[in-house]
Unconditional design. Sequence first.
Length: 345
Amino acid sequence: MSIFSKLRGQFIDVIEWVDPSDKVMVYRYEDNNREIMMGAQLTVRESQVAIFVNEGKIADIFQPGRYELSTQNMPIMTMLRSWKYGFNSPFKSEVYFVNTKQFLNQKWGTSNPVMMRDSEFGMIRIRAFGVYSFRVSDPEVFLKEVFGTSDLYTVDGVEGQIKRTIVSALSDVIAESKIPALDLAANYDELSAFALKSIAPRLTPLGLKLESVVIENISLPQEVEQAMDKRTSMGVMGDLNRYTQFQAAEALRDAAKNEGGVAGVGAGLGAGMMMNQMMQQAMAGNQPAPQQATVPCVSCRAAISPAAKFCPECGAKQAAEGRCTACNAELAPGAKFCPECGAKQ
């Protein structure tokens, strides 16, 4: 190897980085203690930003594109090193590639139930989960506030902070939206938009931008879900009478699970009906038969039916109702003697 090749190996003439994964947010370029040549080629791909740090201070920031490092393209570095125009010299600097793409499908969820106040059920506890996406919006702020001087920084370093921010703001978001617990499932999109608007400003000081928040599910306490099921059943039944019938059918279904099953329930109902009928018949048999009204015969004074025309004992013809038995004159109701002939009635 010639001395020129050995010297050339001590300098960096091409600077670029390709993300091998989907989780790397910041990568410090490996220089292996080599110096960067003035005039070296820098390639910054889409969704990347290259930041040069000189002696611990952020110098020049390069957006996507291809650059030839020179005093013209590196004004801050030129000022820091007091380079003269046209003076080509290698320099030592740290180069950081910041990934500005959107990091998708990040999971979030409530590890513990979140308290919320509902207008109908009062204080209830809810659980929720979903996904979110974010990106680095200000690489310089992110480098200063979050990344520091690490060689590699991944999504794992910030996802915990973002998750806790989303969960802590969830109860406030639901309370401010004033959506009843019964209607939460029908308003996931509205809640997601409201959450994004509320949470996004909290990440701006970190140089991050929250692109989306999606609520996939909000689970209510078991007691609230049971109350919702009952109300749904009542709505299907339409009125209280039908709901009562529905409850009776439910009771029969539960009784069928017990020993004896539905057959036992049916036998019990049949026995009850038979006992009821027997009691009614017994009560009817113990009552005395009603006595029919009678009148005395006009001749032998035997008790005969008021409708009889002849006496079944002596065969005497009976007088017409309201007439004297002797002279057939009209009598007043209940008269014992005829007012015409004086005959005893």
